[in-house]
Design a protein around this ligand. Sequence first.
Ligand code: FES
Length: 295
Amino acid sequence: DLGQTPPTIVKRRQLTEEIVELTIKAPLIAKSAKAGQFVRVLADEKGELIPLTLADWNESQGTIDLVIQGLGTSSKLINQMQTGDSFVAIAGPLGQPSHIEPHANDKRAVFTAGGVGLPAVHPIMRSHLEAGNHVTLISGFRGEAHCFWTEPGGRVEALKSNYPDQLNVIYTSNDGSFGSKGFVTIPLEQMLIDNKEAIAEVITIGPPMMMRAVSDLTKGYQVNCVASLNSIMVDATGMCGACMVPVMENGKLIRKHACIDGPEIDSHVIDWDKLLPRFNQFKPQEHQSQIDHLL
Ligand code: FES
């Protein structure tokens, strides 16, 4: 989708102190986007490309929605952009779309989302709901100050009112200031104990340690689970090698590219001991970059 007029921000919403939602004019991406796909964003000529999962899109208005947490140099710079500002380029949609099919016997898809994993699961949940599937969302936050989309009239409530018989939502927070206290694994484990047969699959998107915990838990109960590994990607071109995921396939350790084979990967075949340290592989460079940019 490179080559169209520069993608321009048409709406900006500050969701929390460090999280911003942008609606961006990008008609070609909006036309072909599918649930689970991502885009590659270049905010300024000298900046880095960053991959971001599509939070939503509107084909008739020709817009896409992205939710960005200001963590690194580039994401902090993007979060300072205002309505009317343009990106140098946004490429996409990229990655394999989520695999969605109607579930037999009313089985549910259970989503565990941590922080900005919520916008990433949003289009995938909606596609499951459109396919007639039952969905449970377990959405975890650090605390009330970090919550977004949860208010009356917010995205989650809007989805709930469109599919009242299909969607139920559970909120958790680490400190108990919003929803129930604890990690997303607590209500998930309760569901597995109560009736694991009612769960067709679990989809997890969020911090690496959370995804691992969800993967270990579902593996123990032999319930399918996919993890979306967007956060390990760097250039998302298949060339830098940063997103290599060690997986066991037919008794052999092989490597998959999260940016090409994913972002969703069967979490039970991932070698998490080898994968987890890779999420921090560019920490020293990121730290230096923030010093250089006085962020
Ligand atoms: Fe660079 Fe996948 S992110 S190869």
